[in-house]
Design a protein around this ligand. Structure first.
Ligand code: F6P
Length: 323
């Protein structure tokens, strides 16, 4: 291993820069040459690189987003696109690549490895959705969840003051990690997550039960799922059923940026070092993660083919914590 590339792909996540910084410093410590690949798979296909020396990553640990920029490139889902990427990797002279991203990134990487005899590929999980199998937490989740909790706290002030029902929509396309954890930490009354069928009857009953025991306001946390803005429909139907006024707040991309929390900086640093050390050890086709406090290496295929389950115990305790 003499020369490696680093890229970030898919949705940006706070802590990605801490990961890039750690990967660069680890590479330089081991006398590896390192380049940044700009804009994820778009840059990989086009050979679009930036130098990543010590100066380039200095003063970046506290920055959200990704200094390498990112993209979701549909061309990478065509064989032609991936073969162009493989040719470009050859031209760049890369022996290994650290790919920081989520399920889509690792799906693409698995296809690339199957199509071409190319550089060693090691993934690092970065996604505010936290939906990547093979790690307890993804880089970015903690910051996004804390952002959601802060928003819930603020809205609670208004909900209580006006005796209102609020629907707060958080991100999470196929999984309810953000909704579940921010819902518990924010003391929400109800939860709507992609893992479960939406039941207007159940949500309404739960809110009604709260009113019966003296509550005057309620908060429902909704994961956006495949349909951002879905909470407007849910809110309208619940409001009509209960004959109670409601308001909707969609947090959207507000949750994705901003300075990473301590946890995301530490996780990003840990996994950035682990990814480069994995390449040096000769690993490829895997994602470094942390499970139960231990470093793990999960085959790239498993990271997107297997569904990461929600914490059953957290889901179990949610309903009675909000009674
Ligand atoms: O995958 C992260 C995520 O933020 C999802 O929660 C959300 O559904 C999606 O990305 C939004 O993607 P985009 O930024 O491309 O609109």
């Amino acid at each position: 291993m003499r020369r490696i590339g680093i890229l970030t792909s898919g949705g940006d996540a706070p802590g990605m820069n801490a990961c890039i910084r750690a990967a660069v410093r680890t590479a330089l410590t081991h006398d590896l040459a390192v380049v940044g690949i700009r804009r994820g798979y778009t840059g990989l296909i086009n050979g679009d690189t930036v130098p990543l020396d010590r100066a380039a990553i200095r003063n970046t640990i506290h920055l959200g987003g990704t200094i390498l920029e990112t993209s979701r490139n549909p061309d990478f889902y065509t064989k032609e696109g991936r073969l162009r990427a493989a040719a470009s990797i050859d031209r760049m002279g890369l022996d290994g690549i650290v790919l920081i991203g989520g399920e889509g990134t690792f799906h693409g990487a698995s296809l690339l490895a199957a199509d071409a005899d190319t550089a060693a590929l090691v993934g690092v999980p970065g996604s505010i959705d936290n939906d990547v199998y093979g790690t307890d937490y993804c880089i970015g989740f903690d910051t996004a969840a804390n952002c959601a909790v802060e928003a819930i706290d603020r809205i609670r002030d208004t909900a209580r003051s006006h005796e209102r029902l609020f629907f707060i929509e958080v991100m999470g396309r196929t999984s309810g990690f953000l909704a579940l954890e921010s819902g518990i930490a924010g003391g929400a009354e109800e939860l709507v997550i992609p893992e479960e069928e939406v039941s207007i009857a159940r949500i309404s009953e739960r809110i009604q039960e709260g009113f019966t025991i003296g509550k005057k306001s309620a908060i429902v946390v909704v994961a956006e799922g495949e349909t951002p803005g879905i909470s407007f429909k849910i809110a309208r139907e619940v409001s009509e059923r209960l004959n109670f006024e409601s308001r909707v707040v969609v947090l959207g991309h507000l949750q994705r940026g901003g300075p990473p929390t301590l946890r995301d900086r530490v996780l990003g640093s840990l996994l950035g070092v682990a990814a480069v050390e994995a390449l040096i050890e000769g690993r490829s086709g895997c994602m470094v993660g942390e499970v139960g406090g231990n470093l793990t290496y999960t085959p790239l295929e498993e990271t997107w083919q297997k569904k990461k389950p929600l914490d059953e115990n957290l889901r179990r305790i949610f309903p009675f914590l909000s009674e």
